[in-house]
Design a binder for this molecule. Structure first.
Ligand code: NAP
Ligand code: MG
Length: 493
């Protein structure tokens, strides 16, 4: 195994502080908390524990930056140029950032570099291009009036993100918010705060004015909740669990701030009997095991037409055997650990529930021997004979645990697919183009893949139906989340 002892010293040498108003500031309380490396469970660094006072300072800095100073005076084109410079800085530091992401999150370094970092850079470039294209319209109203609209920023945006794609989640939120002329207070997840702080450092070096991007580290119940309640925050963008999304919507009502929510999923991946089964097996494996199953779009319910059920399941089990978890810094590793001890225990609880409720465990469910078992590793796990009422068919597991449900015909497949409160993503595998589109249209999900899985792009909108949330990130749709429309009437008589 490469790099058995992860070089935590290189990271922990610097104490991590909040980034507020362009300066590195300790928590007002002086408190810190440890952040870990999931591959070994070692402490990686101490991080400032943000609270109401820190959020107050950060919101004040963001408000000041929005109202006065350099930011509102920059032209849209100059804002765009700044975002291009941030993208360049991220690209120039991509290797180091990917390594830090891997150390803090546990995802394979290869994927952090090829996917997370590439996606982060693309996201900043994409929204850099939008900054000077936020046009209004001239309206053909009756009367002697010149009536036009302007697309204006919202103000101070609070952004609360999860730990599964730390830097990418930051980019999806920060890049469009800044392109539209807002200022930001970002609260990264307690488990993975390090790359968000690096993003702030690089943005400052690229010339972003002080106070435009602030990062407050800390816990959801303290720092996150203070941001949601703050009367001077105009918008909350949140990605995370559906339970916390509901709390945020309730809390935000008191100040009627705008809210957009990207929440959980229990996405159905439907394989019809006429599908290319090798491609479907490959896709289904990636759908559930990518990022150790810690993806909101994870294809955690595999619905398989009975005729091909046994053949597909055999292929899946063989593929799972080839995906043994390993040290994420090893370039050969395709699956890393779960993010935390807490997440490992949560997922193990679901494995137990699957067994207790009578699903058939085909492979996995146990912990492999990696790093002397100190890390939060779990073998890829597949349950067959899953029924829709079972816990593992209903709840988001957020780990490498697949449930296979057989179906007879298309109507039954759609019925099963919709037995969930979620609606984030879905996929269908078939060689029949008519069926493919029919299923794609019928599925209640924000993203539907046909003969593929997990592909996203900065240019294509992403978000949920039903309890997977609302609002569309990415693409031009995200501009709606970070602007409001003003109508101006001019009397010409
Ligand atoms: P979570 O609690 O929803 O965390 C997401 C973010 O919200 C974190 O930054 C968190 O802070 C913050 N937060 C928590 N409570 C808050 C509150 N009352 N007010 C404001 N912000 C708050 O998710 P988790 O606990 O990390 O993971 C639990 C489960 O959520 C997972 O097993 C998975 O099912 C789901 N999840 C979904 C996604 C997704 O992409 N849709 C991502 C992560 C997790 P902390 O850093 O203190 O937690
Ligand atoms: Mg939490």
């Amino acid at each position: 195994m490469a790099d058995a002892h992860l070089p935590t010293a290189e990271v922990s040498a610097t104490a991590r502080r909040h980034f507020i108003g362009g300066a590195w500031q300790p928590a007002a309380s002086g408190e810190t908390f440890p952040t870990y490396t999931p591959a070994t469970g070692e402490v990686l660094a101490e991080v400032a524990a943000g609270d109401t006072d820190d959020v107050e300072r950060a919101v004040r800095a963001a408000r000041a930056a929005f109202e006065d100073g350099a930011w509102p005076r920059l032209s849209a084109r100059e804002r765009g140029r700044l975002l291009y410079r941030i993208a360049d800085a991220l690209e120039a530091n991509a290797d180091a950032l990917a390594r830090l992401e891997t150390l803090n999150n546990g995802k394979p370094l290869r994927e952090a570099r090829a996917f997370d970092l590439a996606g982060t850079v693309e996201c900043f470039r994409y929204y850099a291009g939008w900054a000077d294209k936020l046009d209004g319209e001239v309206l053909a109203v009756p009367g002697p009036y010149f009536t036009y609209t302007r697309r204006e920023p919202l103000g101070v945006c609070g952004q609360i993100i999860p730990w599964n794609f730390p830097l990418q989640m930051a980019a999806w939120k920060v890049a469009p918010a800044l392109a539209c002329g807002n200022t930001v207070v970002l609260k990264p997840a307690e488990q993975t705060p390090l790359t968000a702080l690096e993003l702030a450092r690089l943005a400052q070096e690229a010339g972003l004015p002080d106070g435009v991007l602030n990062v407050v580290t800390g816990f959801g119940e303290t720092a996150g909740a203070a941001l949601v309640r703050h009367p001077d925050v105009d918008k909350i963008a949140f990605t995370g669990s559906t339970a916390v999304g509901k709390t945020i919507q309730r809390e935000a009502a008191a100040t009627l701030k705008r809210v957009s929510l990207e929440l959980g999923g229990k996405s159905p991946n439907i394989v019809l009997a006429d599908a290319d089964l090798d491609a479907a097996a490959r896709g289904a494996t990636a759908a559930i095991f990518y990022n150790t199953g810690q993806a909101c779009t994870a294809g955690s319910r595999l619905l398989v037409q009975r005729k091909v059920h046994d053949e597909l399941v055999e292929k899946l089990v063989a593929r799972a055997a080839g995906m043994r978890p390993g040290d994420p810094l090893d370039p050969k590793t395709r699956m890393g650990p779960l993010v935390s001890q807490e997440q490992l225990e949560r997922v193990l609880g679901y494995v137990q529930a699957g067994k207790d409720e009578g699903a058939e465990l085909l492979t996995g469910g146990d912990q492999p021997e990696v790093n002397g078992r100190r890390g939060y590793f779990l073998n890829p796990t597949i349950f067959a004979g899953v029924r829709p009422e079972m816990t593992i068919a209903r709840e988001e597991i957020f780990g490498p645990v697949l449930g296979v449900l057989p179906f007879h015909d298309l109507d039954e497949a759609l019925h099963l697919a919709h037995q969930t409160e979620y609606g984030l993503a879905a996929a269908v595998w078939t060689r029949d183009v008519t069926k493919a589109h029919r299923v794609a249209h019928a599925l209640r999900a924000g993203t539907v893949w046909v003969n593929m899985y997990h592909t996203l792009d900065t240019g294509a909108p992403f978000g949920g139906y039903r309890q997977s949330g609302y609002g569309r990130e990415l693409g031009k749709h995200a501009l709606e989340l970070y602007t409001q429309v003003k109508t101006v009437w001019v009397n010409l008589s």
